[in-house]
Design a protein around this ligand. Structure first.
Ligand SMILES: [Zn+2]
Ligand SMILES: [Zn+2]
Length: 105
């Protein structure tokens, strides 16, 4: 069980939840995907989804940009914002971008 100790290194952690970023997709790249999904239902709302630039030790898989916020925390921020504007779309969004509970099965 030595491998577990290594995973507590202070690098590659999310600034918000302190979890290791195991799925490095930056908020800019995620926002792009989210705009596509939301845009099918509400194009105007989709334009309001923006990435947040937070530098960190981790590099995005897609654009190599530095990132310090995990996909889950960014999705949660967007979800909370959407919930105030359009609860129905917010629920649809969360069922697609819920990174935190996917491993439960
Ligand atoms: Zn996080
Ligand atoms: Zn990216």
């Amino acid at each position: 069980m030595k491998a577990k100790e290594i995973s507590t290194a202070p690098f590659n952690q999310c600034v918000e939840c302190d979890e290791i970023i195991s799925n490095p997709i930056c908020s800019e790249c995620l926002a792009k995907k989210m705009r596509m999904v939301i845009g099918q239902h509400n194009p105007r709302l989709a334009t309001e989804i923006m990435g947040i630039k937070i530098p960190g030790e981790t590099k995005c898989l897609f654009c190599q940009e530095e990132m310090g916020l995990c996909a889950y925390c960014f999705s949660k921020d967007v979800y909370e914002d959407l919930r105030e504007k359009d609860p129905e779309i917010a629920e649809m969004f969360w069922s697609r971008f819920d990174w935190g509970t996917r491993g439960d099965e």
